[in-house]
Design a protein around this ligand. Structure first.
Ligand code: SF4
Length: 269
């Protein structure tokens, strides 16, 4: 079994993706593999173009303008308004997040969690909020869900340290992994907006309902946001499942795999 097949098996996607001729031999009449083309684990910049078995995506008409990083918003006394955005560089971002007390999550966090990966990556992945392990280690997606994300990225040919920058909507853990509150999202969004404009990715993938709805300013379900190409300012956005959800609902992994095949396809263009 190849490394890619091992990874696919580990993330629970079966039957394994194979060339149709190979799959025909491996799957007797009456059985149908869910995909038929192989994905080579290779750097995305060097990967040959290939036809991947992905669904048709349509382009969302919703275009969201991100907040400018050079034009601070006016500060008001309203709890709904985040502070002006004045972040000089990545080190300043980390320092400001570490010192941030703008919402109640500052009282219960162990560490702030800003992001990891290549700050000049072509692909930006945005999740929801740190979990227990992330809060303890100060890094996003390092628990079981993070391992699943790593495996899916590897299977799709991405090196998470080289090809991807990963961060969350919130930089502090909600106690007990509860859902983010709206005021917490509003207060924290300036950091995410700065990260998006600093990375300048070719593609954003929002994983999970909260990240997708917040980024796209939508109340639509994750199911209806998946399978479409959206826009956040100048940045195309795809939506997929949060890996923590996939751990609870392994039956959805095949759909998630379709999403990651689409991600790779877009970045190969
Ligand atoms: S979640 Fe965001 S806004 Fe709230 S304290 Fe942490 S860094 Fe500040």
């Amino acid at each position: 079994m190849s490394r890619q097949q091992q990874i696919l098996a580990e993330i629970g996607i079966r039957p394994l993706w194979q060339l149709r001729s190979t799959a025909d031999a491996a799957h007797p009449p009456g059985t149908t593999p869910i995909e038929t083309a192989p994905i080579e684990a290779a750097p995305i910049a060097a990967s040959p173009a290939e036809t991947l078995p992905v669904p048709e995506f349509v382009t969302s008409t919703a275009a969201i303008e991100p907040a400018s990083i050079s034009t601070p918003a006016s500060r008001t006394d309203s709890a709904e308004q985040p502070l002006p955005l004045a972040i000089a560089n990545w080190e300043d971002l980390h320092a400001q997040v570490a010192a941030c007390q703008q919402c109640q999550l500052a009282k219960t966090r162990s560490n702030t969690v800003v992001g990891r990966g290549n700050r000049q990556a072509r692909l930006l992945i945005i999740g929801e909020a740190p979990g227990e392990q992330e809060d303890l280690q100060g890094l996003p997606f390092v628990g079981k869900a993070g391992q699943l994300l790593e495996n899916m990225l590897a299977a799709a040919g991405f090196d998470s340290a080289r090809d991807v920058y990963i961060c969350n909507l919130l930089k502090c853990r909600p106690p007990g992994n509860r859902n983010p509150a709206q005021d917490e999202i509003v207060q924290c969004q300036r950091f995410l907006q700065w990260q998006i404009e600093a990375v300048k990715p070719e593609l954003i993938v929002a994983v999970g309902r909260f990240a997708a709805q917040s980024l796209l300013q939508s109340t639509a379900s994750l199911g209806s946001l998946r399978g479409k190409q959206h826009q956040y300012g100048n940045y195309p956005v795809l939506v997929s499942f949060h890996p923590a959800y996939l751990l609870r609902s392994p039956g959805e992994k095949a759909k998630a795999w379709q999403d990651w095949c689409r991600v790779r396809q877009l970045l190969q263009k």
